[in-house]
Design a protein around this ligand. Sequence first.
Ligand code: IMP
Length: 182
Amino acid sequence: MQQLSDLVFVSSNTHKYQEAKKILSSFGLEIQFLKLELEEIQSNSLKKIALKKAKNAFLKCQKPVIVEDDGLFIDSLGGFPGPYSSYVFKTIGNDGILNLLTRNRKAKFVSVIAYCDNTIQKSFEAKLDGKISTVQKGKGWGYDPIFLLENVKKTFAEYDKKNNISHRFKALKKFSNWYLRM
Ligand code: IMP
């Protein structure tokens, strides 16, 4: 049975919200959305960034909130851009990333979902391994056209089941397992 909740997903990124909404709905959880750009602290830890953003979001809406912070970690670049993925996307973009890479193209996407209400602060992290493609493929948002799923040989942008396997799906699954039992 679908469970209506007071839970608010706070983000400036509507793509993230649309995916999160579908994923959480498949677990029986309906959410609200507040489109808001939250200030981001500088840190090497996605978890610290996400928890701080969740606290700020809660102070703004006074309802239970979740926020998500993601990073694309590329092996041959020592994990770069990692927590700086948003800035790197805005500056050098997918073409810039492709120009930096040669042979080792292993990468992972990491998602941290942070929850905050008036008593609890908690985070849930998950990763998905993949590779960086040699050229952009498919029409998708963010890094989707260059994040290659090795087993299906498609990028996220070309794959119609992204929401069943993504870093976001895995982190939201951990979150909802906890939240729906709270
Ligand atoms: P942030 O969590 O908004 O800081 O996201 C970091 C960067 O990763 C942003 O440029 C996002 O657009 C990008 N990103 C996060 N999740 C995804 C995804 O599922 N596909 C493509 N790009 C993503």
